[in-house]
Design a protein around this ligand. Structure first.
Ligand code: UDP
Length: 415
């Protein structure tokens, strides 16, 4: 979501809209609860499906404090876009003040189950008063909300951001060697920050073994360490099937787990993947790299992700569930061949066989590995799929399209 706002807001400001971005503050228990709520909206009962009165009291207490501050900042002429379940409880207070409110929900489930419906019931009373509800895809619409107030706006990426801007092969190598992600003598890797100053890749990634060599073929997944991104499944599918057929190596990269304080599950998921990695036979283990990307400098992190996605021979996103999956559009924009699960917003981005390959069942490790191997074995097809991918993102998933969709909605609301 942060990524999405970074892509969208500069365009809104450039178009002359006075735009602010406010972030709620709360105690760790609030974020633990909203993380669980997030999973419930995905239909996943991790940490218990039941939302208790105690949870509700915790949620409302935290948001009451935030609402008091927010109401000082806004007036009835403003439009506030409230994102996702975390701040949804702010909607009623804003509406009472006469502010136009859009609630934008980035998460959802392909086929809502009782778990997801339980989360809808918890949130419904908060979001209902909003003037409009925006979902990332049609399937995520809540049938308990007024359909005439519901709009669908898929996310998009910013082609000019540090994460996505063009990099030549030499810069890619310089960035990855400076970050310690690919073997080689570190070279100066500089980049231009958005504020015009020059940045430099100074921090090194955290690795468990020597990095891949400069000419290794790489299969790459870049994601938060999250169960729903299934890094353990990627490792397992790769380790079981790919090394017998190709020399390729696997890179699983995500935020350095030591550095991410606001993601309580991240360290636990990383630890689980690490122990699966330690249990691999030595020869396979040397082909699998778990990489914690430096988080000290967001621009540096973005440039490293950009370079790593560009360096990948195949990008994978084997999520079990996915709201949209920006990493997929990011890789597609870089003309990478993608193998991804046919879940959530990923299936809106990738047209199977034209702009990447979709695996129908994310639990089918063999099918996943087969798709990866097929692309490694046929570079010409991989190249064609990569080009199809870039065209598809250019047409449908860049920030200006998202901006126009928002303007159309907001002018209808304020019309
Ligand atoms: N990302 C990043 N550094 C990392 C891991 C992920 O910048 O170490 C970015 C990734 O490039 C993408 C975003 O975080 O822009 C993740 O968005 P996505 O929709 O793929 O998944 P989410 O994390 O929102 O579930």
């Amino acid at each position: 979501m942060v990524e999405l706002l970074h892509a969208l807001l500069p365009y809104a400001i450039g178009a002359g809209v006075d735009t602010r971005w406010l972030v709620i503050q709360a105690e760790p228990e609030f974020f633990q609860f909203t993380k669980r709520l997030h999973n419930l909206l995905h239909g996943q009962p991790s940490g218990g499906a039941e939302v208790t009165e105690g949870d509700r009291a915790l949620y409302e207490r935290a948001l009451q404090r935030n609402a008091a501050e927010l109401l000082q900042e806004v007036s009835p002429q403003d439009i506030v876009i409230v994102h996702d379940p975390q701040p949804a409880g702010l909607v009623p207070a804003l509406r009472l003040k006469g502010v136009t409110v859009v609630w934008r929900c980035h998460i959802g489930v392909d086929r809502p189950n009782d778990v997801a419906r339980g989360a809808w019931n918890f949130l419904r009373g908060y979001v209902e008063p909003a003037n409009a509800y925006v979902f990332s895809r049609g399937a995520y619409r809540w049938d308990v909300l007024d359909p005439s107030k519901t709009a669908i706006i898929p996310p998009g990426i910013d082609a000019f951001s540090l994460k996505n801007q063009d990099l030549d092969a030499e810069s890619v190598m310089a960035i990855l060697t400076a970050g310690g992600i690919v073997e080689g003598a570190p070279r100066a890797a500089t980049f231009n920050r958005n504020d015009g100053s020059q940045g430099r890749v100074l921090h090194r990634a955290r690795l468990l073994q020597a990095p891949p060599g400069p000419s290794a073929r790489l299969v790459v997944q870049v994601s938060r360490w999250d169960r729903l991104k299934d890094p353990a499944g990627v490792l397992d599918g790769f380790a079981r099937h790919v090394p017998q057929r190709t020399q390729a190596q696997l890179v699983l990269a995500g935020p350095d787990p030591v550095a991410v304080a606001d993601d309580p599950d991240g360290a636990a998921v990383f630890a689980q993947v690490e122990s699966a990695w330690r249990a691999l036979p030595e020869a396979t283990r040397s082909l699998v790299h778990l990489i914690g990307l430096p988080m000290e400098d967001a621009d540096e992190n973005a440039v490293i992700v950009n370079a790593l996605q560009r360096r990948a021979d195949v990008v994978v996103q084997k999520s079990l569930a996915e709201g949209f999956g920006l990493t997929v559009s990011e890789a597609m924009w870089k003309a990478r061949p993608v193998v991804a699960s046919r879940v959530g917003g990923i299936q809106d981005q990738v047209v199977h066989g034209e702009s990447g390959l979709l695996v129908d069942d994310p639990g089918d490790l063999e099918a996943f590995a087969r798709a990866v191997i097929s692309l490694l074995a046929d570079p010409e097809r991989a190249r064609r799929l990569g080009e199809g991918a870039r065209r598809r993102v250019a047409r449908s998933f860049l920030a200006p399209r998202q901006l126009v969709d928002h303007f159309q909605l907001l002018s209808r609301l304020t019309g």
